[in-house]
Design a protein around this ligand. Sequence first.
Ligand SMILES: Nc1nc2c(c(=O)[nH]1)N[C@H]1C(S)=C(S)[C@@H](COP(=O)(O)OP(=O)(O)OC[C@H]3O[C@@H](n4cnc5c(=O)[nH]c(N)nc54)[C@H](O)[C@@H]3O)O[C@H]1N2
Ligand SMILES: Nc1nc2c(c(=O)[nH]1)N[C@H]1C(S)=C(S)[C@@H](COP(=O)(O)OP(=O)(O)OC[C@H]3O[C@@H](n4cnc5c(=O)[nH]c(N)nc54)[C@H](O)[C@@H]3O)O[C@H]1N2
Ligand code: SF4
Ligand SMILES: [Mo]
Length: 845
Amino acid sequence: MGKRGMHASTLRSSYPFELRAPLLARGGEMSNRNSAQGGLTRRGFLKATSAAAGAAVVGSNLVGCAFDAANAGEPTEDEIAGYGVCRSNCMQSCRYAAHVRDGKIVRLEPADYGEDLYRGSCLRGMSYMHRIYGENRIKYPLRRVDGTERGAGEWERITWDEAIAEIAQKFSSIAEEYGPQAVVFDFGTGNYGEIQGQTGIFNRLGSVMGVSKPAGMNDLSTGYGIDRVLGTGLMYFANEAKSVLDSSHIVVWGSNPVHSTPQNWRWMQRAKEQGTRIITIDPVKSAIAMKSDEYYPIKPTTDGYLALAMSNYIIENDLQDVEFIKKRTTAPFLVRQDTGMLLRKSDFEEVPEDAEDEFYVWDPERNTAVLYGTGAGPALEGSYEYEGITVTTSYTLLKEQLSQYVVADAVAETGMTEETIEHLARMFAEGDAISVNISFGMDHYNNGYQSCWAIAILMALTGNVGRDGAGFTGIYLNTALALNIPGLWAAPGFKGMTTAFPMTLLHEVARDQEYNGEPYPIKAMVAILSNSASNWPSQTNYLEELLPNLDFLLAMDMEMTDTARYSDMILPIASFYENEDFRKAHNLPYIVHQDKVIDPPFEAKDDVEIAGLIGRALGYAEAFPEEYTFDDYANMLLSGPAVEAFGVSLDRLRKDGYIELRTAPGKPGIVGREKFPTESGLAQLYTEKPAPRVMYGQDVTERFPKEHLVYYQPSAEVNERSEAAKTYPLVFIQEHTRWRTHSQWFNSPILRELDPEPLFKMSPEDAADRGIADRDVVEVFNDRGHMVVKAIIDPSLPKGMTRMPKGWQRDQFIEGGYQELTYPHNDEWSVAFNFYDTRVDVKKR
Ligand SMILES: Nc1nc2c(c(=O)[nH]1)N[C@H]1C(S)=C(S)[C@@H](COP(=O)(O)OP(=O)(O)OC[C@H]3O[C@@H](n4cnc5c(=O)[nH]c(N)nc54)[C@H](O)[C@@H]3O)O[C@H]1N2
Ligand SMILES: Nc1nc2c(c(=O)[nH]1)N[C@H]1C(S)=C(S)[C@@H](COP(=O)(O)OP(=O)(O)OC[C@H]3O[C@@H](n4cnc5c(=O)[nH]c(N)nc54)[C@H](O)[C@@H]3O)O[C@H]1N2
Ligand code: SF4
Ligand SMILES: [Mo]
């Protein structure tokens, strides 16, 4: 035991986190216990809830290995066995050097990129080895013991051969009887590696099998809204994080970069040191709000109204950037009154398919419509007659639309003062270069895309997009480097995956075994890089409607998550440092390599090997030849002109560790620097052909005309006038906490030390109204479900609003779980998960 003390003190001086000491002091115990007891028993709250976890492993030794504290002494340079990149879905891409001793990782140390602030790390990335050797680590292929309930935690160890044979037998008999779509591949975001990760090898398998792949729904409103204006598609609407060094103001709007995108936060701090002002708009006085120069609370889900009223105010006071509007937006494009379409060349003459169908504008000098780019300079405003067609400029239509959103009404809707709204509007109009740091705080509501669409319009009217320091920041990715995804996915025998409906409807399809009135059998599901039982909204739907209607749920995971626990079979997968991979970095201008640093422990295998085993067992040997290795699949992806243009190859990645991807060398990546990725290359003030993000048989005709011009739609439950508001007075949002990435790290010992138990956060007023004191046990409930958990009084919350950090697993609650409560439906146009559009009430237990 003398050893223990020595390690605690030597590490305290050498390790950046002092907090590590108490963990290591416990380390000796950790290696000697089985996971049913150990660290967990030291806290009373867990006693009641560890029963389920315990049952999974008591006496069986099938799950869990310990981080060996005795091995964690002062690491040395020569112990660096390789480099890697953290690939959880936190949307950063920190690089690490892995120190290995006796075949085990003992330290993960932040490693450099080409620029100082792109070197990054966090407690999760640095403590990843505690998950590699954690008490939830799955060691062997496991099968639920016959005759036991799903979730009861009774597992038997089986061999890989047995597992693969049984999987192949199940999948082929299901496909034979019900068709291949009866197997669902549920792709999550657990690994952003290009081969082992979410767009990787299992898409090749799913495509030769012809499985169903429900449309993904995480984080898809923000981008869908911004796309209306900037044409940036669904995700990559942001400038490089570094671009804020050129911003006069950073407006943090629906984002908490201090916790959720530290990559952005590091550059924001440097910008702040240079004089950039940081302004936060958030209903919660969040971590970033506290660090801002100005903070403005807003009623949740009313941001769209605010942005529209600001835009209206700007136009009414002639503060818009006319030069920019003329040069870089579609303001002068003419909209036909009869069809709502833009007046184009094809309205008057045949335009070949491959030729550009040019746009008409009004030439005020000649008093006629002319093709854009010709004439003396187009009229921004007005309605005209041309060849018997009534047309109006996009700008005039937008102005009319905006005129209904007046500042006085915005005061009531948003809860902000008139002075604040006008101040913010003037700031957007008069600031040199505004960057809006946006993430998914507005996204997770039913009206998320309208909020973000409105903000994009505000940015376009004030000239704050497509130039240095101006535009959105959040998650950046260099989209110019297109990897050859079809090369990887489209194997011999390719059938493709069927995306007939979104994830929100999967439980209904499984329950009814039909979709849109047609038979649609669903019999099995595979959770791939996914903890869907934990992360999909309205867990009750998952547990009570989806699961009972599946004959077979296969989980592939490294840890005993909610999904693994409820499955019928679990395959143990390799962790980030146990296989080779590479990733296009999020938020950094690099493509990064992952060395295989250690062998997978026990019987874990990586996703490439597992996909091959299943593929060949199903008879797809041509798509998954025995002799194919990681290199073959990697080389498929690393081919094509874009890959060559950036000089990317597997050899170079292995040698250099990372490769810089800059489109304008020496300059941060800016969306729309030359032109926007829209049809016209201009920012769009009018959406000519609005389309739902996913078509799944919904009726969109009624909304179609409304979708041309930005508008405000109240949220579903959170909005104060909703039905739900009559019964449930409290808004309930969740938080992307720094202690976890989604559910990953849910039981990492060092992080549990800092954040030991689930806590439900309430405002002082709401707690007092209900006689609830700090750390009282409460029941949080709505019609969908409940959780029993301790409450914490959080003065950063306004009255009427509650929140909870996400990622805890069900057995960590006293009863139920936060995910039972969340709003289950999607807007028919954005088709996204709306976790935050949720109301609840609370009572003391
Ligand atoms: N540490 C950590 N980092 C992560 C993740 C994680 O789990 N952990 N997850 C990653 C992923 S996939 C995602 S999607 C992102 C999410 O990243 P963020 O969107 O930054 O995180 P959130 O906690 O959802 O919310 C951001 C802020 O939005 C505010 N907000 C909530 N409702 C409203 C509203 O109506 N209006 C306005 N203006 N603000 C509102 C919240 O109070 C919060 O301060 O984080 C990524 N990064
Ligand atoms: N209530 C509520 N729910 C939410 C949110 C919210 O704000 N509120 N946020 C949502 C958002 S924005 C997102 S993006 C989702 C994320 O939801 P998920 O994509 O389910 O995210 P994770 O919890 O990271 O789960 C990924 C799983 O993959 C496993 N894994 C890790 N590496 C590998 C690997 O190499 N191979 C395989 N096969 N598996 C691996 C991990 O152990 C983990 O169990 O959660 C959503 N859920
Ligand atoms: S979890 Fe995110 S911030 Fe933390 S090390 Fe990994 S990539 Fe970096
Ligand atoms: Mo997300």
